[in-house]
Design a protein around this ligand. Structure first.
Ligand SMILES: O=C(O)C[C@@H](Cc1ccccc1)C(=O)SCC(=O)c1ccccc1
Ligand SMILES: [Zn+2]
Length: 167
């Protein structure tokens, strides 16, 4: 089922997500609903926090044709370089706004997959950017936290206006 995506400045987006205790069929149902929601948006990543489920779960698919679905459960990342890389980030919880964000260019990711097996991988480019953006969601952080307060307030006011105009 398609799930509702929380939008900035909803305070529930600031919740710090708890570790997943059991990788079971109930979790896999949520994972499937998150993929359906992400592909429909469309987006290339989605954190459980964004659909108001505050557990440490991320889905992602960086492919053009929905051919590379990835699941990260209880992800941990370690920067592998002091070099940072800029990227014009978007966010399904801040629809219509894109801002340049600098993040570590290469990271090591350790997580559980949808079967509960531990895996590790090194990431650079868009995977590095996206996993860090998603893990920020699990820690209650948004990409607008990296721009000036002036810019953040402008974005907040515009979205609050749109939310007021909704029925
Ligand atoms: O809000 C999210 O976490 C999803 C977000 C992930 C992300 C994108 C770019 C940089 C960092 C993190 C998005 O998917 S925004 C939409 C988007 O980037 C996109 C949508 C369709 C096709 C390609 C990209
Ligand atoms: Zn986001």
């Amino acid at each position: 089922a398609k799930l509702e995506i929380l939008e900035f400045p909803d305070p529930r987006l600031r919740t710090v997500a708890k570790p997943v205790e059991k990788v079971d069929d109930e979790l896999r149902k949520l994972i499937d609903d998150m993929f359906e929601t992400m592909y429909d948006a469309p987006g290339i990543g989605l954190a459980a926090s964004q659909v108001n489920v505050h557990i440490r779960l991320i889905v992602m698919d960086l492919s053009e044709d929905k051919s590379e679905p990835r699941v990260f459960i209880n992800p941990e990342i370690t920067p592998l370089t002091d070099d940072t890389a800029p990227y014009e980030e978007g966010c399904l919880s801040v629809p219509g706004f894109y801002e340049k964000v600098e993040r570590p260019a290469r990271v090591r990711i350790k997580a559980l997959d949808r079967d509960g097996n531990t895996f590790e991988e090194e990431a650079d480019e868009l995977l590095a950017t996206c996993i860090q953006h998603e893990i920020d969601h699990l820690d209650g952080k948004l990409f607008v936290d990296y721009v000036s307060r002036l810019k953040r307030d402008r974005i907040r006011k515009k979205l609050e206006k749109i939310h007021r105009q909704r029925a």
